[in-house]
Design a protein around this ligand. Structure first.
Ligand SMILES: *Cc1c(COP(=O)(O)O)cnc(C)c1O
Length: 386
């Protein structure tokens, strides 16, 4: 469905300049913030009507062009949150009576949307172990319209291979929708591997400063227009200031994510040497179950990692209390390092046994590694383990 646009520049350059207007003498170097909900309309026509809820305010249009360039997509639309992006992306694809195949390893909010909300719309969702490509084929129905998955997976840091799935969706003539929030376009551009639709919570790596709530959907121009229509009627458009902040955050995306990749790899390697750490989950480690997939699919192994401490839940709680640089907060992808325990966040509603089966036993800690000095972050972990 999505076609790939040829890249004019490398990602670091696109993150700063893609979609810019021509710069004449006296044009401000920083794009101005148009914090206005009204724009003077031409008399005698409905053409060109501008209103932020339609997704065509100047700051929204600029950041949409930029994100599309980063993902190598024809078009993109920016929404008020990642959750809004997922909802509108799928409402634009699915009708009552349709069937969606989804990975069972997805964000809690996405799961609620599929299980609680889509059922009331007459949209049937089947959730599967995403590593079993053969099962995808078996569960396919004639009403199946799309496959939805998330990679790398929150919070286990598993990495899914998009290539066999996209081969299957192409053969079947259905859409492959990928939530690529954990990777950011620096580490993975799903369209290059056959995805049709890419979704991000821009709240995370894309903005990267813990100060914007936003979401993005990328795909073909015709499809993005459908998503924009859903965004308009369901009221999911972002405010101009959120778009302006997101554009500002994107300028340093490449620098930030590369530093996060480096820091996380160093921390993960250091943790594997410690007896207090029972397991280190990081796709950059040779011991990771998806290391080979990650090596061939990703440009960087990411800023997200997880630890299981030898002392279980009690040790994890003590460790989190003692950390000084890593802040205990639920979100991710920002410049500052964060730590969270899924049993008190995304997996709070699941009982301990089910959590353990989902690969998130008590004592499991998710780290979102920031851009501080790796040495300082390691020293912080060391003093907290002691
Ligand atoms: C945070 C997150 C979302 C939801 O995004 P919001 O911006 O919080 O609405 C969706 N998918 C993934 C993988 C996330 O981490």
């Amino acid at each position: 469905m999505a076609s790939r646009k040829s890249r004019t520049h490398d990602l670091a350059t696109l993150a700063l300049h893609a979609g810019d207007e021509e710069h004449d003498v006296d044009t401000p170097v920083v794009s101005p913030l148009y914090q206005s909900v009204n724009f003077i309309q031409e008399v005698g026509t409905a053409e060109g009507l501008r209103y932020p809820r339609y997704g065509n305010a100047p700051n929204a249009e600029l950041v949409q062009r930029r994100v599309a360039a980063l993902e190598g997509a024809e078009a993109a639309v920016v929404l008020a949150s990642g959750q809004g992006a997922t909802a509108c992306a799928l409402l634009a694809l699915l009708r009552p009576g349709d069937h969606l195949l989804a990975s069972a390893w997805i964000y809690g909010g996405t799961q609620r949307l599929f299980v609680q909300e889509f059922a009331t719309f007459g949209i049937d969702v089947t959730m599967l172990d995403p590593t079993e490509t053969r099962v995808w084929r078996r569960k396919m129905r004639k009403e199946t319209r799309a496959i939805f998955l998330e990679t790398p997976v929150n919070p286990t840091c598993r990495v899914l291979d998009l290539r066999p799935v996209s081969q299957f969706t192409k053969e079947a003539g259905i859409a492959l929708v990928v939530d690529s929030t954990f990777a950011s376009p620096v580490n993975l551009r799903p369209i290059e591997h056959g995805a049709d639709v890419v979704i991000h919570s821009a709240t995370k790596f894309l903005n990267g400063h813990s100060d914007v709530l936003g979401g993005v959907v990328c795909g073909t121009e015709a499809y993005i227009e459908e998503v924009r229509q859903k965004m308009m009627v369901w009221g999911q458009a972002p405010d101009p200031f959120a778009c302006w902040l997101l554009e500002r955050g994107l300028k340093t995306l490449d620098l930030r994510v590369r530093r996060q990749n480096e820091n996380a790899l160093r921390i993960a390697e250091w943790c594997t040497e410690r007896k207090e750490v029972k397991r280190t989950h990081y796709p950059g480690l040779a011991s990771h179950p998806d290391h080979d997939i990650a090596r061939t699919l990703l440009d960087g192994f990411g800023g997200m990692m997880a630890l299981e401490l030898s002392g279980g839940a009690r040790a994890a709680e003590r460790f989190v209390r003692k950390l000084k640089l890593f802040r205990h907060a639920p979100s991710l992808g920002s410049v500052e390092s964060l730590v969270s325990e899924p049993r008190f966040t995304s997996h709070h509603h699941v009982d301990a046994e089910q959590r353990a089966r989902a690969g998130v036993p008590d004592g499991f800690l998710r780290l979102s590694v920031g851009i501080e000095s790796a040495g300082d972050l390691i020293a912080d972990i060391e003093q907290a383990l002691r």
